[in-house]
Design a binder for this molecule. Structure first.
Ligand code: ATP
Ligand code: FE
Length: 333
């Protein structure tokens, strides 16, 4: 099938065209307005989606060389995400489908982050374990098939991406801090400042502890030396990143062992983190895992992954009606 997919769950407006499971075009318009406020402002996000959606869809169709009449279905992100943002993409997709007389596909954003692994080779084999680490979620998921997934662990408070962004903010880095912290960490010593690694039972995560520990540590140090952060920035970044990664890897290792899974994948925006990628490769050698890391463009929010999930739903006959409404808290399973 030829599918047009639209993604608008947070602050990126995306449109992709997929034919027979292959990406023909994947266009994203990012929003800069939020940088001023140090975080995504929902009202501004939905207004920017309204401005971007038509040009982004047109660009995707043109780049793919596909006429809208040739589409077999229109897919959109139903949730989870910001209600106002989801509404823009959802309403656009529904109107477009109605006008063209094409079927609709409603996609779960977190499933799509995982199914991004099927866009390009090498593809994981079912069942596999996926650690989804994004701006709003941290989940350990046993993926039995493209349609059957089970969350076995998740964060009890902040998401991993949030932990990166919030600690980066404490260091005075501009939003979004995650990628900037990653870059600085590459020149720092990860063992210089030991912060406590969370030891949750089961496979759940918690990141509020590291955030608080960093906040008190910086407050104490800057009282003695106001230049402390500037003088130690790479080491601080490396130490914080190390702590967050240790928390993630501890639960990933335990779940892989207990569920006896050796195909291990990571997904979501934090999967772009260079330390996480390196750590995963290292663990793969120790444990004889096959690890899967999506291409950078398919880690952060994009419509290509929505198209991939929609492709599987199309094959399964899982269509949505015009009554399908956005669900900011849509559950994975
Ligand atoms: P969700 O999918 O849960 O709704 P989201 O879509 O907003 O959240 P993503 O776009 O998947 O999240 O990821 C964005 C997050 O990834 C941000 O928190 C950002 O700081 C983080 N991130 C991106 N690149 C890196 C990196 N190299 N190192 C650490 N964090 C990163
Ligand atoms: Fe996302």
């Amino acid at each position: 099938p030829i599918i047009l997919a639209i993604e608008s769950s947070c602050d990126d407006t995306g449109a992709a065209v997929m034919a027979g499971g292959k990406i023909l075009a994947n266009v994203v318009a990012s929003q800069q307005v939020h940088e001023l406020y140090g975080g995504v402002v929902p009202e501004l996000a939905s207004r920017a989606h309204q401005q971007h959606i038509l040009p982004v869809v047109q660009a995707a169709l043109q780049k793919a060389g596909v006429q809208k009449e040739d589409l077999d279905a229109i897919a959109f992100t139903q949730g989870p995400g910001l209600l106002g943002s989801l509404l823009v993409g959802g309403m656009f997709a529904k109107s477009f489908a109605l006008a063209l007389g094409k079927p609709l596909l409603a996609v779960n954003h977190m499933r799509a982050h995982i199914l991004a692994h099927f866009i390009e080779e090498p593809r994981p084999e079912f069942p596999f374990l996926c650690l989804t680490v994004s701006g709003g979620h941290t989940q350990l998921v046993v993926v039995r098939s493209a349609l059957h997934m089970e969350i076995v662990g998740q964060t009890q408070d902040d998401a991993a991406g949030e932990a990166f962004d919030k600690t980066a903010k404490l260091l005075g880095l501009p939003y979004p801090g995650g990628p900037r912290l990653d870059k600085l960490a590459q020149q720092g010593n990860p063992l210089r400042f030991p912060f406590p690694v969370n030891q949750m039972p089961g496979y759940d995560f918690s990141f509020s502890g590291v955030k608080t520990a960093v906040m008190y540590f910086l407050r104490q140090q800057t009282q003695q030396n106001p230049q402390f952060i500037e003088e130690n920035l790479p080491d601080l970044c490396a130490s914080i990143q190390h702590t967050i990664l240790q928390t993630l890897m501890r639960q990933l290792r335990r779940a892989a062992a207990d569920f006896n899974l050796t195909n291990i994948a990571i997904a979501g925006g934090v999967a772009a983190n260079s330390g996480l990628r390196a750590e995963l490769q290292r663990l793969a050698e120790d444990h004889d895992w096959r690890v899967f890391i999506p291409a950078f463009q398919y880690c952060t929010d994009n419509a290509g992954m929505i198209a991939m999930a929609a492709h599987f739903q199309y094959l399964a006959g899982d269509f949505a009606s015009q009554l399908a409404s956005p669900d900011p808290r849509l559950k994975l399973a």
